[in-house]
Design a protein around this ligand. Structure first.
Ligand code: GDP
Length: 443
């Protein structure tokens, strides 16, 4: 996860302040000196660092902070607020057109993640029942059109292409016309990138902009490139007038400087962050939540939203009922595993909990996806009646299931035992809630 180094250092500075009953001006200055170094090391633009430190200092040495009952906490609050402001303050949502389709132009250098994030955004919108048309206007990079088609197929969004012999401006214009004629909610224009900014590329982008009049011009930048990402954003913004930035690859061990500098340098809001190669690895960017994560206060709100989007409410209610009536089967167990998988790596979820990086072992925690895959394989090798009534699974059946799933009889045994234990636990829980209700006089 990005920000790891920065986060650790800021948290250690903050914990020194937190414990103090009395905080002097000298304490604040010393803390700010350390914060300044930590930010510079995280590759935050030096001008941004200076402004940030000046603002925090000015507010933190103010009388109302130092004389308050919890001065340490108050300084941390100021740092949190200023970090939030630095990253843009409020969350900025995607623009929407007064009349469909909303036209979104995706720009960026080659390899930044433009095509991938076109797919991710369309998928995100699909979850809100919005239909997108993806327009393949990158005619230079070999296989770019094919890549978009594969992504489109994967997420179930149609792709518009005229091959690689037509001009990108024509493809974009016709794509938008098609989206309009066919009533799409969104149309994404996946434009061509180059390895470096050049005039020809800018010219083409300006023409596409002039012809299609997009409601949103997003720049996709790779956060791993640090200060370069900020320079690219600044340049694109001056040339093209961006409406938002998508900061990708924040899952890598980037130092995070780009996330902290883009908004201050370009005044262009970060609207989304990319956190992996999979189509679900995208999050709307909330400056305050990111500040909380960096300062180790956790990001419980994002965690809840993630859970909500991964869990089917109808199924959750059904499951509760099954737990109460003890009719939970191996099929339900399989469902649960799949919903867990929808939420992404467990490691990332834990990182959103307050103080998670203080928990020993979280960093090295590697949930073995292979193991989960084997559990799934075992359950899938069972017949429907075996999944309903595991008691019928005798020695012969166990052998057959192990063979069918490419596992061993021991693994099948282990899973059945775990399932039994889980059912026992559910039974106890159901009894506990029943007796509690009785005690309270409920029926
Ligand atoms: P484009 O040239 O800008 O269209 O870039 P692509 O969409 O083809 O992405 C370039 C590479 O970066 C691909 O291998 C992607 O899988 C990878 N990638 C894109 N976004 C992310 C991200 O958020 N995290 C990680 N780890 N990889 C990403």
């Amino acid at each position: 996860m990005a920000f790891e180094g920065l986060s650790e250092r800021l948290q250690s500075v903050m914990s020194k302040l937190r414990g103090k009953g009395k905080v002097t001006e000298a304490d604040v200055k010393e803390a700010m000196r350390e914060v300044r170094l930590a930010l510079l090391e995280a590759d935050v633009n030096f001008k941004v660092v200076k402004t940030f430190i000046d603002r925090v200092k000015e507010r933190a040495v103010g009388q109302e902070v130092l004389k308050s009952l919890t001065p340490g906490q108050q300084v941390i609050k100021v740092v949190h607020e200023e970090l939030t402001v630095l990253m843009g303050g409020e969350q900025v949502k995607l623009n929407t057109a007064p009349k469909s389709p909303t036209i979104i132009m995706m720009s960026g250098l080659q390899g930044a993640g433009k095509t991938t994030h076109t797919g991710k955004l369309a998928k995100l919108l699909q979850k809100q029942n919005r239909r997108s048309l993806l327009v393949a206007a990158d005619v230079y990079r070999p296989a770019a059109i094919k890549q978009l088609q594969v992504l489109g197929e994967q997420i179930g969004a149609p792709v518009f292409t005229l091959g690689d012999k037509e001009s990108p401006v024509k493809i974009a214009t016709e794509g938008v016309a098609k989206a309009r004629a066919e009533g799409f909610d969104y149309v994404f224009i996946d434009t061509a990138g180059r390895l470096h900014i050049d005039e020809e590329m800018m010219d083409e982008l300006r023409q596409i902009k002039a012809q299609t009049e997009p409601h949103e011009i997003l720049l996709v930048v790779d956060s791993m490139t640090g200060q370069d990402a900020v320079n690219v954003a600044d340049h694109f913004n001056k040339e093209l007038g961006l409406t938002g930035v998508v900061l990708t690859k924040l899952d890598g061990d980037t130092r995070g400087g780009a996330a902290l500098s883009v908004k201050s340098v370009t005044d262009c809001p970060i609207k989304f962050v990319g956190l992996g190669e999979k189509m679900d690895a995208i999050e709307p960017f909330h400056p305050d939540r990111m500040a909380s994560r960096i300062l180790g206060m956790g990001d419980v709100l994002s965690l809840i939203e993630k859970a909500q989007s991964a869990v089917d409410e109808e199924k959750a209610r059904e499951l509760q009922k099954k737990m109460r009536t003890q009719s939970f089967t191996l099929d339900d167990f399989l469902d649960q595993i799949q919903q867990m998988k929808n939420m992404g790596p467990l490691e990332d979820m834990l990182a959103m909990l307050p103080g998670a990086n203080k928990l020993k072992g979280v960093k090295d925690l590697n949930i073995d996806e292979k193991k989960i895959g084997r559990i799934e394989a075992v359950i899938r090798s069972m017949t429907p009646s075996e999944r309903e009534q595991p008691e019928i699974i005798n020695a012969n059946r166990r052998k057959r299931i192990a063979l069918g799933s490419g596992t061993s009889v021991q693994e099948v045994n282990r899973l059945l035992k775990q399932f039994e234990d889980m059912k026992k636990m559910m039974k106890q829980m159901a009894q506990m809630t029943k007796s509690k209700k009785k005690r309270k006089g409920f029926k």
